[in-house]
Design a protein around this ligand. Structure first.
Ligand SMILES: Cc1ncc(C[n+]2csc(CCOP(=O)(O)OP(=O)(O)O)c2C)c(N)n1
Ligand SMILES: [Mg+2]
Length: 1015
């Protein structure tokens, strides 16, 4: 039987060109195998087969234009055994469906439904209820008693159900919704529900004390030696228990059986991690003494920086806000890898430690909605609420814990508040009148901070003294007892219980909001005072106090010398500490990678991109999409590609990927998309490959980093490719890009629709003339601005090879444009490929007149203007030229800089020649450079060419207009290039000045126009 395959619904397009016929006559094809590639003027998409069998006839060829319904090919279908098919169908139909339904219906009890009969709400009787006062205690008690009865007999779920019903009922009847963002200012987990730690509390306290001591000693010693080094003691002092409980009981390290939990440590708490590693025997005293002294190898970095300590730190966090966001996307990416079947589900967790002040950063909270939406129960935030940031209180007049609770609860997180330590349990149990909780609710953070900067008597008077009931509650306690009433974040029991519950929570992310004291234990100069954060020195008295407070076994003399303390290797403390970590699989933090490289695809996969496109015009963005389509056919590479798009797939012509490889959606697709019949249908899938991030560049960048570091965090090499409007790349997400470099992310950033004059109509905010300059600031970012498809193919393939096969810790920034033009065949010159990669190669030579010559060099969009200008110079002015395609001013600049440095430092040795000098040094005539970027971009190479050098660029704000007008405005069009060239040649006294004057007239060049950056 012969079946026909027609062109499916391709959306709004008619007469679309066939650019590739993928199958041959005689080939066996299966459903969904791609058969041809169609390309409109914006996007290219493969047509998958809807039929199976052997291709008998192909009705189309490359270059044909087709529309919906046109015949593509015919297939001889393999005959299926009819009875087999029938059997399959039969099996699908349950035998006694009818009976089953009848029986099921019978078994359903007739339920009584509650009907909301409208009622008339009474007008407010007293305004007393507005102040939260009780106007009818008896009535309140009746309601409370009813609820108590439900709690006692049916449990909390039923009670919650009833409360929800009541709220909804009240709302439907016209009353306002009860505002319930917050729970009272007490711990979420009641004492009877606390999981008990199996640890030896005594020994854990001792270990913790030693870590505290060594962390502080490390900072104080460094600053005694070199006061300029700085450092922080107060942050870790407040968080020591939060970290220790995790280290002793929860965080499982990576080893050959388990992928490891991933912990984002708060940047300023780094000294605590070094101090623990010291006790663990992973760092020695000499290394601790190198805290913040990293110029010589072996120093310890100020904060977590994988670039500086690549075997230790995993995640850069110190730029506040990026840690929390990166952690969310890390957890999401972990689920992505699991759902796509690329890693096993081992119930691994991502923990992120965040300062309460850090939550001011929009990035800290900006993505928490995503975490809840994606049900990231592998994610746990711990917000260390020491109530202070750098200058003073975080929310002096309010309560940061309550504020955060409301925000996280509202977003759908599981919230665990750890406010009060165990010493409070009894007091709270005795608080029958509720006055203690009322007091806790009323007191603001400024007061809470002040209490801990004073003493027990002050707390008795100012806090408990507020109500007779609370004063009475502590009447039997001494001031010392009152002072001992601890905060939840310093109580290992409470912290353990919270971590235990968080680890077991299913279906939502968890935030643990822990109350602590900044500078805990630092005494008068550093505890809970506004200046704690900057404290990097402690005088001898403070150190003595610190030692006594935590029972560190050091003599006075040892304290004066600020000695470190590490107990004997066989001491119970060291044994315990090591055993705990052994049980949890190894040490944390530790950065390793066992990922296998990905073999770069064979060259022929890109060969079609090295051919001329003939008359066909296309943009480099389209070329890139075609390149990706080809890559998806490579077995090694395809599953590892992670296309990341912030709601711009259609802008870049990538919508074809939706159906082909699917959009990742953890719940699959619960609806039939409106365009389900179309070739580019919006297909969401649990195994989907595309990360469609929505309008969220910071999130996209976070995903890109998670994927780009999967080789270390998940031992699997992934190839993230993030496409964005080039203006919304480095400029928008610069700090994440910097963190990507620090993290040693590998992958591609594609700045699409780039250039200040190439993206014509979008105006000032969209037109990028500086992203390459920003890219150049990141040392391990390799950037290119190619013009032609073969350049892009060569660069991309080399990137794949360098990063993913050879595992170089670099990442690529490549700009692509949306200007359509035809692309020439790759020059046959054997040095062309090397030149493309090094940054420049000669693309054309005009040599007819052999009188006067100029070197014209340009990149990206403006190279074509230069070539056109060279033609005019030749044809109309008899001026020869050599035209160079500069694929990367940045790479040329780096090479020049390095060469110059070597030569200056080695005056006695044979001087090296920079690549740019190799290319241009022996050429004839001055140099004119131009790009669609600011002049200083091409000026990067100016110091390394020993000839007269002039540059044109797009300095100034962008604006909307036609491409032609924009290039004229910024003076980078063909006419300006010709005019400037003539003027340069006259300035160099190679031709008479009249030619330039003539050109100025002929082309109506506005010589009096202000410099474009002033307009
Ligand atoms: C983006 C950014 N802005 C500013 C800083 C400077 N800075 C370092 S720590 C800090 C205060 C931190 O307070 P908090 O988050 O409450 O942490 P704590 O030390 O109290 O635990 C500030 C402003 C920074 N590291 N990153
Ligand atoms: Mg803080």
């Amino acid at each position: 039987m012969t079946n026909q395959l027609n062109v499916p619904d391709i959306g709004d397009f008619e007469q679309v060109e066939i650019v590739e016929v993928i199958v041959k006559v005689g080939e066996k094809i299966k459903k969904n195998d791609p058969v041809v590639t169609l390309e409109s003027d914006k996007s290219s998409v493969e047509v998958p087969s809807e039929i199976e069998g052997v291709v008998s006839n192909i009705k189309v060829k490359v270059g044909d234009k087709v529309s919906k319904g046109d015949l593509i090919l015919e297939v001889n279908a393999e005959q299926k055994n009819d009875s087999e098919e029938l059997q399959v169908k039969k099996e699908k139909i349950p035998k006694d469906t009818e009976n089953l339904i009848i029986e099921a219906e019978k078994s359903i009890e007739k339920k009584e439904t509650i009907v909301d009969t409208p009622i008339k709400i009474a007008s407010e009787k007293y305004n007393l209820s507005k102040n939260g006062e009780d106007i009818d205690v008896t009535e309140t008690k009746e309601w409370m008693d009813s609820l108590s009865a439900v709690l006692e007999t049916d449990g909390s779920k039923r009670a919650q159900f009833l409360i929800k019903q009541l709220i909804e009922h009240s709302y439907k009847q016209g009353s306002d919704l009860v505002l319930s963002r917050n729970t009272p200012y007490i711990n979420t987990i009641s004492p009877d529900k606390e999981a008990k730690s199996p640890g030896d509390q005594n020994i854990e306290r001792k270990i913790r004390s030693l870590i505290r001591w060594n962390a502080a000693a490390m900072v104080v010693r460094a600053n005694k030696k070199f006061p300029e080094l700085g450092g922080h003691i107060g942050t870790f002092a407040s968080a020591a228990t939060l970290y220790d409980v995790g280290m002793n009981h929860f965080w499982r390290a990576k080893n050959n059986k388990f992928g490891g939990d991933l912990i984002y440590f708060q940047g300023h708490s780094a000294p605590g991690m070094y101090a623990r590693a010291f006790l663990e025997g992973r760092l020695n005293e000499k290394q601790l003494d190198k805290f913040r002294q990293e110029v010589k190898p072996g120093g310890l970095s100020s904060y977590p920086h994988p670039w500086l300590m690549p075997n230790f730190w995993q995640f850069p966090t110190v730029s506040m806000g990026i840690g929390p966001m990166l952690a969310i996307y890390q957890a999401r990416f972990m689920k992505y890898l699991i759902n796509r079947g690329l890693i096993k589900d081992q119930n691994r967790k991502v923990w992120a430690f965040i300062g309460d002040g850090e939550t001011d950063e929009p990035e800290s909270l900006g993505a928490i909605g995503l975490a809840a939406r994606e049900k990231l129960d592998n994610l746990i935030f711990v917000v260390n609420c020491n109530l202070q940031r750098l200058d003073g209180p975080v929310r002096g007049n309010g309560k940061i814990i309550q504020e955060l609770e409301g925000i996280f609860r509202g977003s759908g997180w599981n919230v665990i508040k750890v406010i009060w330590g165990s010493y409070w349990d009894q007091l709270l149990a005795k608080d029958k009148t509720g006055h203690l909780v009322k007091l806790m609710n009323e007191t603001v953070d400024g007061e809470y901070q002040a209490y801990k900067a004073r003493n027990g008597l002050y707390v008795r008077e100012k806090f408990f003294g507020k109500y007779p009931e609370t004063k009475e509650l502590v009447s039997a306690l001494s001031d010392k007892d009152i002072w001992r009433l601890n905060r939840g974040g310093h109580d290992p029991h409470k912290v353990y219980a919270a971590y235990d519950q968080a680890s077991k929570n299913v279906g939502s992310p968890t935030v643990i909001i822990a109350k602590t004291i900044k500078g805990y234990g630092m005494g008068k100069t550093g505890e809970s005072v506004n200046t704690t954060h900057q404290q990097k020195k402690m005088d001898t008295d403070d150190l003595m106090y610190y030692r006594d407070r935590f029972d560190v076994p050091l003599t006075d003399k040892q304290v004066q010398e600020i000695q470190y303390f590490r107990p004997d290797e066989n001491s119970p403390e060291i044994k315990y500490l090591k055993e705990r970590r052994l049980n949890l699989g190894g040490f944390i933090p530790e950065r390793t990678t066992y990922a296998k490289p990905i073999k770069a695809p064979p060259k022929d996969i890109f060969d079609s991109l090295k051919e001329s496109t003939g008359k066909k015009e296309m943009s480099t963005t389209m070329v890139f999409v075609r390149l990706l389509t080809n890559l998806l056919r490579d077995k090694n590479v395809a599953p590892r590609l992670v296309p990341i798009i912030p709601d711009e797939a259609r802008t870049f012509g990538m919508e074809g990927f939706f159906k082909k490889i699917g959009i990742y959606a953890h719940e699959g697709q619960k609806y039939e998309p409106e365009d389900s019949e179309q070739l580019s249908s919006y297909r969401e899938d649990k195994k989907g490959q595309v990360l469609e991030e929505g309008i969220n560049e910071a999130g996209s960048m976070s995903s890109w980093i998670a994927a780009g570091t999967a080789y270390s965090n998940h031992d699997i090499e992934m190839i993230p490719i993030y496409l964005f409007y080039s203006m919304f790349g480095f400029q928008r997400t610069g700090d994440f890009n910097w963190a990507a470099g620090d993290s040693q992310s590998r992958g591609f950033l594609i700045g699409a629709t780039s250039g200040r004059t190439t993206l014509a109509g979008e105006g000032l905010q969209h037109q990028d003339g500086h992203s390459h300059m920003l890219a150049s600031t990141i040392p391990n970012c390799v950037s290119y601005d190619p013009t032609f498809s073969y350049e892009l193919a060569v660069i991309f393939r080399d990137g794949l090879k360098r990063m993913h096969e050879k595992k170089e810790n670099i990442f690529y920034y490549i700009t692509t444009m949306n200007e359509n033009y035809s692309h020439p065949e790759m020059p046959k010159d054997k040095n062309c490929e090397e030149g493309i990669l090094k940054g420049m190669y000669k693309i054309r030579e005009f040599n007819k007149f052999k009188k006067t010559k100029i070197q014209l060099i340009g990149s990206g969009a403006i190279l074509r203007e230069i070539i056109a200008g060279a033609e005019v110079l030749q044809n109309e002015y008899q001026i020869d030229s050599e035209v160079w395609s500069v694929t990367s001013f940045n790479e040329l600049g780096r090479d020049g800089m390095e060469t110059e440095r070597y030569n200056l430092l080695n005056p006695d040795k044979k001087q090296k020649v920079s690549y740019v000098d190799k290319c241009l040094g022996k050429t004839e005539g001055p140099i004119l450079a131009a790009s669609d970027y600011m002049r200083s971009h091409s000026d990067r190479i100016r110091p390394y060419v020993k000839k007269s050098f002039y540059s044109l660029g797009t300095d100034g704000f962008g604006r909307s207009d036609t491409r032609e007008n924009l290039r004229k405005f910024f003076e980078v069009d063909k006419k300006h290039i010709v005019t400037y060239a003539l003027s340069i040649l006259s300035k160099e006294q190679l031709i008479a000045s009249k030619y330039a004057q003539e050109a100025i007239k002929k082309y109506n060049i506005e010589t009096e126009k202000p410099f474009p950056s002033k307009l």
